[in-house]
Ligand binder design. Structure first.
Ligand SMILES: Cc1ncc(COP(=O)(O)O)c(C=O)c1O
Length: 586
């Protein structure tokens, strides 16, 4: 047996001979678990994948059906995870078809993000170009750690960076970008770069030993905690900057007071983070003014210049309107929408003054998770500060080897392919149609709410996609009541009572969605709740956790949402309110 060559174990039809060793027979069997290494007459892999896509797609409903995949009603207490610990590796291989069926079954109950009734918190459906491009990387696994393992797939990262640099007004020859694992990943990259610039390259060896500060809007995303924690700087070094009452942006005067104080105390600032579109209120901080303050209050001698990072994961795509002719308005957006687009574009374009920014394609790039691009204005500086000695088992066989300075070692090509394919496929026009169209729909909802005396939009001045609104008991004039709750400390009990109503309505909507309740012929709209849209006016420092504004939230991210979706939303919210009150919601 030992002297036989492997080929001798096979008969002329490529089947293992009866006397071949067991390991060999199993090895021949398991080859079916992999795509053929050769060009086939009939592409077996394509047929299997196509079949699986058909199966998962068949979980969708016909027009007018539920926004949840699969056959409801679903378990009101679900999804249940308590049996997960019982999972174990089976002794034998399982049939491929069965494995695919089990995979498809895991999608039962998940929201169909593309459905006209699906508008929860910032979850966009992926466009076809992005999902196809990402899927291609699953077949041949390019690893964009270096050119040798990715060949031309690296162009997807390099070209994306050049496209975004041009949109930002940065020199594409000097700027650069790296795809990474999310908006929080970009933030993390930004903070590490900032720490290294301010504390010096040697801090990467000696560790972070200086309590430098990170200044960020109190409405900035909570991943400020992830980054300060995971870099070792410590969450206590975050200085939350109060926001302006009306715009929800960082209050620049307050920011200056903080910077002046730190300057006088000789405390270095590691980074100032501008949020370019906060998750709820779409607050866009004033980057140019922040840049001026950085020049005015330099760090103490021995420290690098404070770093200016823009968390633009929600806002970056408005850059695609930079060249839009607002006078001619070729897309024919309505006047209120064109005004909002212009305001967004003008605020966002200030990012040219940043040192680095984060863009999520899995938010306003309509690409699958994960897909985020961390952009730096000076890739040369980033490489100098962040590079490590190479590895013994990797050689620089091409001119692009980002693994020398990235956090990740292996880097999936799927993020880059998805983002790049979206940029290619959409162009300016595609982004403009999607972004502007969402504002048109958002505007419809706000108009609809304005017509209801027991409902009030609590972010009427925001120009983002989100509409935050509160519903009150019938007969209550919502606008007047909300104005009191927002400003008057002696209305705090009423605020809290009505906060509970919003929560109760949101919980009901979630449960009805799972139950597949139909109200007046319509399935449920899938929405969200924000329990901290903003503090009341008398609680600007957020020291009182009860003096916060709760609001129901519509985040209409898909292009199938229309005015009818918004009518249904108002109807189901009212039905939930009525049922909550009938059940004594207190
Ligand atoms: C403003 C902002 N920054 C950062 C993040 C974190 O992004 P990710 O979930 O992609 O890590 C989010 C997520 O919603 C966000 O809204």
């Amino acid at each position: 047996m030992a002297e036989l060559k492997f080929k001798d174990f096979l008969n002329k039809d490529g089947i293992a001979n009866a006397d071949a060793p067991i390991w060999f027979k199993k090895r021949i069997d398991i080859r079916k678990a992999f795509p053929s290494p050769y060009l086939e007459k009939k592409d077996t892999l394509a047929a299997i994948v196509s079949n699986a896509v058909i199966k998962v797609d068949s979980l969708k409903h016909e027009e007018g059906g539920s926004s949840l995949l699969g056959d409801g009603p679903f378990d009101p207490q679900g999804p249940r995870y308590q049996d997960a610990q019982k999972a174990e590796l089976a002794p034998r291989m399982q049939d491929l078809e069965e494995t695919i069926d089990q995979s498809v079954a895991l999608f039962q109950g998940l929201s169909n993000w593309n459905h006209p009734l699906s508008m929860p918190n910032v979850i966009p459906p992926a466009n076809i170009a992005s999902m196809t491009a990402a899927m291609l990387t699953e077949i041949f696994s390019p690893n964009i750690i270096e050119g040798e393992y990715a060949w031309n797939v690296e162009l997807a990262e390099l070209e994306s960076a050049a496209i975004i640099a041009r949109l930002l007004g940065w020199d594409p020859e000097v700027a650069g970008g790296l795809y990474t694992f999310g908006g929080s990943g970009c933030y993390f990259y930004g903070l590490k770069y900032a720490l290294t610039r301010v504390l010096g390259k040697e801090s990467r060896s000696t560790g972070i030993r200086t309590d430098g500060k990170v200044l960020v809007s109190q409405q900035g995303h909570y991943c400020k905690m992830n980054s300060t924690d995971w870099t070792g700087l410590g969450m206590n070094n975050i200085v939350n900057i109060q926001t302006d009452d009306k715009t929800n942006c960082m209050d620049i005067e307050y920011l200056e007071e903080v910077m002046e104080e730190l300057f006088k105390a000789g405390t270095p600032i590691i980074s100032i983070i501008c949020t370019m579109g906060s998750t709820d209120a779409f607050a866009v901080d004033q980057v140019k003014k922040v840049r001026e303050l950085i020049e005015k209050y330099p760090n103490p001698p021995g420290f690098g210049k404070p770093f200016l990072y823009c968390d633009a994961v929600i806002g970056w795509a408005w850059l695609c309107f930079k060249s839009y002719d607002f006078d001619k308005n070729p897309m024919q957006f309505r006047p209120q929408v064109i005004a909002a687009i212009k305001a967004n574009m003008q605020a966002i374009k200030e990012m040219e003054f940043a040192d680095a920014i984060g863009c999520d394609f899995h938010k306003v790039g309509w690409s699958p998770y994960n897909c985020s691009l961390f952009m730096v204005k000076d890739i040369g500086e980033f490489q100098r500060l962040m590079s490590r000695p190479g590895s013994d088992y990797l050689q620089e066989r091409t001119t692009y080897n980002p693994g020398n300075y990235t956090l990740e070692v292996s880097r999936s090509g799927s993020y880059a392919m998805a983002g790049w394919a979206t940029l290619k496929h959409f162009g300016h026009e595609g982004f403009q149609a999607v972004l502007g169209g969402i504002l048109e729909v958002q505007h419809e909802l706000r108009e609809r709410i304005r017509a209801e005396s027991d409902m009030v939009c609590v972010n009427p001045d925001d120009n983002g996609f989100v509409t935050l609104f509160r519903i009150y008991p019938k007969g209550v004039d919502a606008s007047t009541q909300y104005a009191k709750e927002l400003s008057w400390p002696d209305c705090k009990d009423e605020l809290m009572k009505h906060n509970r109503l919003q929560e109760n309505v949101a919980d009901k909507l979630w449960n009805w969605l799972k139950e597949d309740r139909v109200i007046d012929g319509d399935h449920l709209t899938y929405t969200s709740l924000s329990t901290g849209f903003r503090p009341t006016k008398y609680n600007r420092d957020e020291s009182d956790p009860n003096a916060m504004i709760y609001a129901l939230k519509s985040f209409p991210m898909n292009v199938f949402i229309d005015a009818d979706s918004m009518n249904t939303l108002v109807k189901v919210v009212k039905a939930a309110r009525d049922e909550a009150i009938a059940a004594g919601w207190l």
